[in-house]
Design a protein around this ligand. Structure first.
Ligand SMILES: N[C@@H](CCC(=O)N[C@@H](CS)C(=O)NCC(=O)O)C(=O)O
Length: 216
């Protein structure tokens, strides 16, 4: 079995681990699966060879013995369903972990993506100063709710699961804005995720691509 994922040839975040290949790398590391990485340029992502793997011309993709997947939620779920450690055995607990995966990408990530757009791509627009506080407040609303739910718990629902993997990955994207640190409960939750050896390996692997050590 050979697993190949795609990742940015050079991530715009310069190696902060915010590009979405990191969450797939993390899942593969949690599952103990070796994988290859094919790096793609922004131009190559929009060319037919890559569009055949990913209809929206994005990264990451996942290839394994004739199977091609895109969408990180689907990729992480596929890995989690086939290998131990990322989903509970109990059927109800498993369904709840999957619900948290969807919550991460479908409820929490959208306002965070708006924030990234507002800060990075719309920062030079004349209306940006007025819009940004509105977008930030939408992110805070979600983070307040999530923080209240998490409370003193270590993870979202019992032991660490793919739901936490996706949620931590999504929350990491609020760090550059400073908003994550406004929520100490969530900042500590994210730090617990980052402290996992599998995350550390995933982070180091993407860093080696995006900020390779300088040679003397
Ligand atoms: N919903 C998709 C989003 C994929 C996505 O936005 N990928 C970004 C990198 S993190 C990308 O390829 N951006 C370049 C582009 O859209 O041209 C997923 O979770 O896989």
């Amino acid at each position: 079995m050979t697993i190949t994922i795609t990742a940015f040839e050079r991530s715009p975040d310069g190696g902060k681990g915010l590009a979405r290949d990191t969450r797939v790398r993390w899942a593969l590391e949690e599952a103990g699966l070796p994988y290859d990485v094919r790096l793609v340029s922004f131009r190559a992502m929009k060319e037919p060879a890559h569009l055949a793997l990913h209809p929206f011309g994005q990264i990451p993709t996942y290839e394994e013995d004739g199977l091609v997947l895109f969408e990180t939620g689907a990729i992480v779920l596929y890995i989690a369903q086939r290998h131990g450690g990322l989903l509970p055995e109990d059927a109800n607990a498993r369904a709840r972990a999957v619900a948290w995966m969807f919550a991460a990408v479908n409820t929490v990530e959208p306002p965070i993506l708006e924030l990234v757009t507002a800060r990075i791509f719309e920062g030079d627009k004349p209306w940006s100063k007025e819009r940004l506080p509105l977008v930030e407040e939408r992110v805070r609303d979600r983070l307040r709710q999530l923080s209240a739910h998490l409370g003193d718990a270590e993870w979202l629902d019992g032991p660490f699961s793919a739901g936490d993997l996706m949620m931590v990955s999504v929350l990491l994207r609020t760090r550059p804005s400073g908003i994550l640190d406004e929520f100490p409960t969530l900042a500590a939750y994210v730090a617990r995720g980052e402290a996992r050896p599998a995350y550390q390996r995933a982070f180091a692997a993407q860093l080696a691509v995006n900020a390779p050590p300088a040679h003397p």
